[in-house]
Design a protein around this ligand. Sequence first.
Ligand code: RB5
Length: 150
Amino acid sequence: MKIAIGCDHAGFDLKPAIQDYLIEKGIEVIDKGTHSTESVDYPVYARKVADAVVSGEADLGILICGTGVGISIAANKVPGIRAVVCSEPFSAKLSREHNNTNILAFGSRVIGPELAKMIVDAWLNAKFQGGRHQRRLDLITRIEKEESHV
Ligand code: RB5
């Protein structure tokens, strides 16, 4: 399992704790930056992680900004990405079971490292359930391709 991780300056303080946690679990972490608290633009790092996931360089991605909102919006603009921003484990779990999310985002100004680790666990331990949920994801893909106005 390989996970690409990225953040902006606001997420930088939380990133090392999540990286270490993933490494402890035997997961290979691909760090896409940023590497300091110097102000940067979150779409740049959203794009780096999203590209890593879509290309297959990474199996999944994790993104951190101040709220998780901007960086997840940006990631969701990349075709094939289904990013969720979570501040509790229930949505993280369901986002994989029903929505097959491939990027998890959270906000370092919203949650602390221990809750973030619980959210990561809930997300990683859940499995996509397919079936009717796949049909709905197929509709999302059609929207991405501008084939559907439903
Ligand atoms: C940066 O100040 C902040 O706007 C960013 O980290 C994020 O919260 C945006 O959604």
